[in-house]
Write a protein that binds this ligand. Structure first.
Ligand code: 6GU
Length: 239
């Protein structure tokens, strides 16, 4: 059985969307993963298939009903160990460690919210993980779900060539990647760093490590601090 993304959404036509292309699209076609999209509207109540209602306590917007979401989740076959994830800007930040955990398992069930969000009780009752993809507000969870799936699918066995198999990539050791260069060696008066043309593989590895550390320190002091506290070896910078 292939890795399965089950997606609960009011906009089923948004899937697989861009994941039907390129690497993920090929993997979808060859059965490495499978995209099972469920229309939440199909579980709506009454003549109008209502999925939302006004918030208790007042205020703007609408809230997705717990009973509707619960029935929709009941329709999802119990894949053993497949976590259910609700995409929301109120969630904890999604990290590469989460992606690795999801990709390792049988798949994920993704609940995409619209309006002001989902009634908190169904999230509690079903111990649904709540994750955010960053500190900005999207119009719905669907684009966040596509981001999460892209990150998972590329880690599935056979999706990426062994060359890009992710040993050296950003976050594998808590650092951002070093800068990349290709031909021409000089472009608009800008040269490629000499060391990269030297053929000295030890020197190249040392330079790339220094660059990774510099870029991380400059751009992501949060990652740099975490890296320093988790790594026992001193950085190049510290000597
Ligand atoms: Cl997961 N959903 C929405 N609607 N907005 C977001 C988000 C998720 N992550 C960041 N902003």
């Amino acid at each position: 059985m292939s890795w399965t993304a089950t997606i609960l959404t009011l906009f089923p036509e948004m899937f697989p969307g861009p994941l039907g292309q390129s690497l993920a699209g090929r993997a979808l076609e060859n059965g490495t993963w499978n995209c099972d999209v469920r229309d939440l509207r199909a579980f709506g109540l009454g003549r109008h298939n209502a999925v939302d209602d006004t918030p208790f306590g007042g205020g703007a917007g609408m809230v997705m009903r717990a009973d509707v979401v619960d029935t929709a989740l009941d329709s999802v076959s119990r894949q053993d160990g497949a976590p259910c994830v609700y995409l929301t800007p109120r969630g904890r930040p999604l990290a590469q460690a989460d992606i690795r955990r999801y990709a390792m398992g049988p798949g994920v069930t993704l609940l995409c919210g619209r309006y002001e969000g989902v009634d908190e009780r169904v999230l509690e009752a079903r111990s649904i993980e709540q994750v955010s993809i960053g500190d900005y507000v999207l119009s719905g969870g669907e684009t966040a779900a596509l981001v999460l799936l892209d990150a998972c699918v590329r880690l599935l066995p056979g999706v990426m060539g062994s060359a890009e198999s992710g040993v050296e990539e950003s976050f594998s050791d808590g650092l951002l990647e070093y800068p990349h260069y290709t031909r021409p060696a000089e472009w608009q008066g800008r040269s490629v760093p000499d060391v990269l043309l030297s053929g000295n593989h030890a020197a190249i590895a040392r330079w790339r490590r220094e660059q990774s550390e510099r870029v991380t320190r400059e751009r992501r002091p949060d990652l740099w601090a975490a890296h320093l506290s988790h790594s026992s070896r001193p950085s190049v910078q510290e000597g």
